[in-house]
Design a protein around this ligand. Structure first.
Ligand SMILES: N=c1c2ncn([C@@H]3O[C@H](COP(=O)(O)OP(=O)(O)OP(=O)(O)O)[C@@H](O)[C@H]3O)c2ncn1[C@@H]1O[C@H](COP(=O)(O)O)[C@@H](O)[C@H]1O
Length: 93
């Protein structure tokens, strides 16, 4: 999806040229280690998606929140989106 690439690029910029924004703050160590904050959010968003599915509401929104935070983790870890694409291609049957 083109939009995922676009958001990924914005996130790389937020990591490398921090501004006062949600994703920049998440990727910066401040009080709490950045990685811990990101992983905590992924845990929360997983739980929110599970609840959304069980209640059959807001599934798209919660899935987007989870995928967004996974993207933040990949950017933080310096893993390129192409690596994810390659992995999916490798698995394709
Ligand atoms: N796609 C998203 C996106 N999806 C979700 N979110 C944020 O992820 C957070 C989700 O957390 P929650 O649902 O728990 O809501 P919350 O209670 O507000 O969050 P917390 O108080 O727990 O941190 C919200 O603050 C959302 O705004 C996003 N924030 C940004 N983006 C994209 O990322 C780019 C960079 O964003 P910023 O640098 O943060 O502006 C933007 O251009 C957007 O395209």
């Amino acid at each position: 999806m083109k939009i995922l690439n676009e958001v990924y690029k914005v996130l790389e910029d937020r990591r490398d040229n921090p501004i006062d924004s949600y994703s920049s703050r998440l990727m910066q160590d401040n009080g709490k280690a950045a990685e811990d904050k990101i992983l905590e959010k992924i845990g929360e968003e997983c739980a929110e998606l599970i609840i959304a599915s069980k209640n059959n509401e807001n599934i798209v929104e919660e899935a987007a929140d989870l995928i967004f935070h996974v993207l933040v983790l990949l950017v933080y870890k310096g893993i390129k989106l192409e690596e994810l694409s390659k992995e999916f291609l490798r698995r394709r049957r």
